[in-house]
Design a protein around this ligand. Structure first.
Ligand code: PGA
Length: 269
């Protein structure tokens, strides 16, 4: 089974935990569980400083590593920045781009586009985060997501876009201050809309083949609902990815659902 068909479960640790010892403990637990799962690709995105020690702890495990951001140049005089090539060198395969917490600090769609191009150049898989701040009754949030996608994809070929993972993360459903949880129906609606925009930009075959994730307050209770009814092929998990018990429960739920015949999945609620 290829990686593309597996459910993709991505851990976004954000600026946590605050010690390498804790990072290693969480990671070791997660990788042990993930190693037993055949239908799930687990990706852990720690803060940059933990990539190297975690890469060393990874030997023989199926889990992959990712970063939470990157600079859009390969090398040069850019004080304080991290290049995509450095991430590859540390065995990272993925990079989260356009996360709302980075956008909040001034990240633009245009800069995200440059970062995607730089990541693709060195073979890093971008996990492009898109999502509206609010769901307005007039449906303006569609335009927000459309613009995010259109600018992020500018100048990227069909072959390039096929390498990208898209994470739909409604900002209002993220973090401990979330207004509320999103519903699988809201995720489904947006996953269809995202594929429509991509179909207009590229073609329907390309759009259908894209891997779309849902992110925002994913937990062991709702993970299965998003995977069954949310129109997505994976999840981006924040808070609950720092709790090995909860994150491993999410991984196992993804494996369980991937192992069920389709007809059965439809009947489970
Ligand atoms: P959360 O974060 O799961 O804590 O809501 C998700 C994210 O920001 O990627």
């Amino acid at each position: 089974m290829s990686t593309v068909q597996k459910k993709l479960i991505v851990a976004n640790w954000k600026m946590n935990p605050t010690s390498q010892k804790e990072a290693l403990a969480i990671f070791t637990s997660i990788t042990k569980t993930a190693a037993k799962l055949l239908k799930v690709q687990c990706v852990v995105c720690p803060p940059f400083v933990y990539l190297s020690p975690l890469a060393k702890a990874l030997t023989g495990h199926r889990t992959q590593l990712g970063a939470q951001n990157v600079f859009p140049e390969i090398d040069g005089a850019y004080t304080g920045e991290i290049s995509p090539k450095m991430l590859r060198d540390l065995k990272a395969n993925y990079v989260i781009l356009g996360h709302s917490e980075v956008r909040r600090q001034g990240e633009t769609n245009e800069n995200i586009n440059l970062k995607i191009k730089a990541a693709l150049k060195v073979g890093l898989i971008p996990v492009l985060c898109i999502g509206e701040k609010e769901r307005d009754d007039a449906g303006f949030y569609h335009a927000v997501v459309k613009e995010q996608l259109e600018i992020a994809c500018q100048g990227i070929s069909k072959a390039g876009i096929a390498q990208i993972v898209i994470a739909y993360e409604p900002v209002w459903a993220i973090g401990k201050d979330a207004q509320r949880e999103a519903t699988p129906a809201e995720s489904l609606e947006m996953s269809i809309y995202i594929r429509k925009v991509l179909s207009d930009l590229y073609d329907s075959k390309t759009a259908q083949a894209m891997q779309i994730l849902y992110g925002g307050s994913v937990n062991p209770k709702n993970a299965g609902y998003f995977l069954q009814d949310g129109g997505v092929q994976g999840l981006l998990v924040g808070r609950d990815s720092l709790n090995p018990k909860k994150f491993e429960a999410i991984l196992k739920e993804a494996e369980r659902l991937s192992s069920l015949p389709l007809a059965l999945i439809k009947n489970i609620k």
